[in-house]
Design a protein around this ligand. Structure first.
Ligand code: HMG
Ligand code: MG
Length: 315
């Protein structure tokens, strides 16, 4: 039996957070419905960050309520949460609905001080200190916890990031004992060598990290230079069995774009799966249905861009 690899589709969050036009909540919910139908293992639905900083996801509460009817027990729902305020919004929405609206929260910090300042207005240490209470409350409410580390290979502001820095952040995060640590190549700069170096540093960071099994480690690639597929192969060889992709290859962190540039898109979930299958591993994703989700995701973004840039396409 081929070994299974876990797929999280982050398009409703990482894919849409950077779009300039307005995307109706119903359309976001339809994208989630299509992803659930395609049987990805997990969908990252939205984020509870400051609506001033990320206006496209200001409807996070409504998205969660709208996607409740499509929920299947075998497809996890997760949402990005930066702080106590974000968790409060999420828990209030769950209270209103009379049931938990997600299975997991995703916290985020970085291996680059400058990126973390730009992204969250806090140092790496401050951001992790803020997480302690959030993790405790999330656990009290039965939620699993993912912790992203951005810029594990390179930062748009600071340049190359040493693997030792990744290890340092894992050491700090390990005090919170997250269920998952997700290594983000935020600007798509990784090569097979550098992503494996970051992974090795993370998994060897301390006794806690060394004791974790494959379920703890996730790889989140952006595909700026067309190397993301090679990085998937290398990560599989290094024992990684959980990856993030984005339907239609949408995506990018708004605070990772250079002046006048758009942020690099995530690896397309279809491409991710093709690389995984080519290496002899299995996923449970239905690729025909994923195609429908991908086409819909691309249409959504094109419509939003046409609306924003007056029909000129990307602008
Ligand atoms: P802060 O410390 O309050 O500071 O928020 P701030 O100055 O940035 O924000 C201030 C305003 O936001 C205040 O409102 C707060 O109350 C409000 P005001 O007084 O001005 O009216 N606020 C909130 N509102 C709603 N929900 C909240 C919330 N928190 C504060 N949860 C924070 C710090 C991190 C929340 C803020 O800076 C922020 O939202 N930043 C955006 C970060 C973001 O969403 N980045 C993109 C996602 S990360 C990513 O894409 C990388 C990843 O894909 C992995 C990879 O590729 O590497 C995950
Ligand atoms: Mg990302």
């Amino acid at each position: 039996m081929p070994e299974m690899v876990r797929i999280t589709d982050v398009s409703p969050r990482d894919g849409l957070q950077n779009e300039p036009g307005s995307i109706p909540t119903n359309d976001k919910a339809r994208l989630v419905e299509l992803l659930v139908d395609a049987l990805v293992d997990e969908v990252e639905l939205t984020s509870f960050v400051s609506p001033k900083r990320v206006p496209q996801l200001a409807d996070a509460d409504d998205v969660l309520e709208n996607v409740l009817p499509f929920k299947r027990p075998d497809v996890l729902y997760s949402a990005l949460v930066p702080n106590e305020k974000g968790l409060g919004r999420l828990l209030s929405a769950s209270e209103r609905a009379g049931m938990p609206l997600v299975d997991k929260i995703a916290l985020f910090t970085a291996a680059s001080e400058e990126f973390n300042q730009q992204n969250t207005g806090a140092s790496i240490a401050e951001s992790i200190e803020r997480f302690a209470l959030v993790v405790r409350k999330a656990r009290d409410n039965g939620l699993k916890v993912r912790a992203y580390i951005s810029c594990v290979v390179r930062c748009p502001y600071q340049g190359d990031i040493a693997p030792e820095k990744v290890a340092e952040v894992v050491q700090k995060l390990s005090e919170l004992e997250p269920d998952e640590i997700d290594l983000g190549d935020t600007i798509g700069a990784a090569t097979p060598e550098t992503i494996v170096a970051a992974l090795d540093a993370a998994r060897g960071a301390n006794a806690w990290a060394e004791s974790q099994d494959a379920e703890t480690w996730v790889v989140h690639l952006h595909d700026t230079h067309g190397r993301a597929g090679d990085c998937v192969e290398a990560a599989l060889d290094a024992g990684i069995r959980s990856f993030d992709g984005s339907a239609g290859g949408l995506g990018g962190c708004p605070f990772a774009a250079g002046p006048g540039e758009r942020a690099p898109g995530n690896i397309a979930t279809r491409t991710l799966i093709e690389y995984i299958h080519a290496k002899g591993y299995e996923t449970r994703v239905n690729t025909d249905r994923l195609e429908r989700a991908s086409l819909f995701a691309q249409e959504l973004v094109e419509q939003a861009q046409d609306q924003h840039f007056g029909g000129t396409g990307l602008g």
